[in-house]
Design a protein around this ligand. Structure first.
Ligand code: F6R
Length: 241
């Protein structure tokens, strides 16, 4: 089966397994390229990756998505988060960190340049993914076509509610983001989707065992020839109610 599943008893076990898969996927590559997600789910995995003796001297990091309207140095931006939790500790310098276009005039051309950059890097070796409460991957909200490319999207009310806490006030929360498309994500050589916590159980079940449909964007990972899904025991518990 193309999609393999690993259930870890705890989030720490999951992070350990995920970091081992990531390190192995990058080993021996001339230009290793890791696609990174932000949010709370991958934080333990990033800490576990940093703790491994792993050569990051040529590593490139490519972000899945970024809010529109935040400066690159804004601590709430995904770029800054990756600087703090992964790039800094691994010693990945700014010219090897690639963030989808998010400021100035957002055009199809700037999104196209980002896609070309991925191509010029030789493609993404492994793309790490979380899963949103509504099934989004990156910021591909329900209804996003499976062949979508990097583009500007409107965030759903559910996504804004889920992420508002990091922005303090309701009005400070960006309403738009630039995200790699599902088609872009599916071009990575390997996918690793992480789901941690009981609040992900219902949507993980829908994505992994329900129909493969744009209504549940994460279900698209099952179309990928090489995808691993790692979940902790809470995330696979039968949904209540
Ligand atoms: C963030 C991203 C999102 C998150 C998802 C889950 O870069 O791409 O799809 O992975 O919203 O977020 P957490 O991990 O905070 O539950």
């Amino acid at each position: 089966m193309a999609t393999s599943r690993y259930i870890g008893p705890t989030p720490l076990h999951c992070a350990d397994v995920a970091s081992a898969i990531i390190a192995e996927s990058l080993e021996g590559r001339d230009t290793p390229v890791l696609g990174v997600a932000t949010g709370s789910t991958p934080l333990l995995t990033y800490a576990a990756l940093v703790a491994r003796s792993f050569d990051a001297s040529r590593l490139h990091l490519v972000l899945l998505d970024e809010y529109l309207g935040l400066e690159r140095g804004d601590p709430r931006s995904f770029g800054s988060t990756i600087d703090r939790v992964l790039a800094g500790p691994l010693g990945v310098t700014s010219e090897r960190i690639h963030v989808p276009p998010h400021d100035g005039e957002m055009t199809a051309a700037s999104c196209g340049r980002f896609e070309k950059l991925l191509h010029d890097l030789g493609g993404v070796d492994l793309q790490l993914l979380g899963i949103g409460g509504n099934g989004h991957i990156g910021f591909n909200e329900p209804g996003s076509p499976f062949d979508s490319r990097t583009r500007v999207v409107e965030l759903s009310d559910r996504t804004m509610d889920d992420n508002r806490a990091s922005f303090g006030t309701a009005t400070a929360m960006p309403t738009r983001a630039c995200t790699q498309g599902i088609g872009t994500i599916l071009e990575a050589r390997q996918l690793l989707l992480l789901a941690i916590g009981g609040h992900k159980a219902r949507i993980l079940h829908a994505a992994m065992d329900g129909p493969i449909t744009p209504s549940v964007p994460a279900s698209a990972v099952r179309l990928h020839p090489r995808c691993t899904v790692i979940a902790d025991a809470a995330a696979i518990a039968p949904p209540v109610g």
